[in-house]
Design a protein around this ligand. Sequence first.
Ligand SMILES: [Cu+2]
Length: 260
Amino acid sequence: MNLLKMGVSAGWLDYFRPPENISTTAHLIDDLFNFTTVMVTFYFILVCIGLFGFSYLYSKKRNKTPYYTYGNKKQHLIVTAFIGAVVFLSIDLNITRIANNDLVNTFWKFPDSKTEKVLKVEVMAQQWMWSFRYAGPDNEFGTNDDIVTNNDLRVPVNTKVLFHLTAKDVIHSFFVPNVRLKVDTIPGRITRVWWEVNKPGKYDIACAEMCGTHHYLMKAALTVYTEEDFNKWLASSSLIAANTNDPQDANLAWGWKWEE
Ligand SMILES: [Cu+2]
């Protein structure tokens, strides 16, 4: 383990922080996470003040005669309902409101390849690996010039990437911590997700759905290239695909017609 090495470059607080944010939308998830943490901490402190404060105020020392109550008087019910409503309105309803806004205004606004530049990628999850498919020079999925990689996703920086995902066997979950993005891949169904990453580098992709004995090994690499490097990689991979893709190879035949 290189924990020591990491410890030198990173402060101990870094172990509590989420991984580096590399996308245009990750801050929305972080904001929601922080909001929830702050609100829950605030109410936790209030509850502690109440619990320990009343224990102190009504201790045996200060109250020689005990007072018995079932807490079922009208006044008690009103106070309880009021506190419950305040907690519900300030935490739950706000989380729902923020999450719904993020979904409608951002995560469900899928990029449209007719009006903007979009890289399309098909993803196939299976026990226990990830396969990625690019349409290749003919821009058609499921044809013999497709570029297919295993456990190796490469995308350009500052470009919207639209993923269509499915699974071969059981439910998996496509999880990219640096993008704060997680979407289930389901046999017989196509799920969609998009991102725009803004930092070249190497990152991790994991499976976030317990999918069998080797679930923990279901890891893929994400490489974010500059646009120039990506085009170079795409061109050389197209050449390799054209020369080596075997139409008889059943392992390559999982692609499907792309439908928006
Ligand atoms: Cu999995």
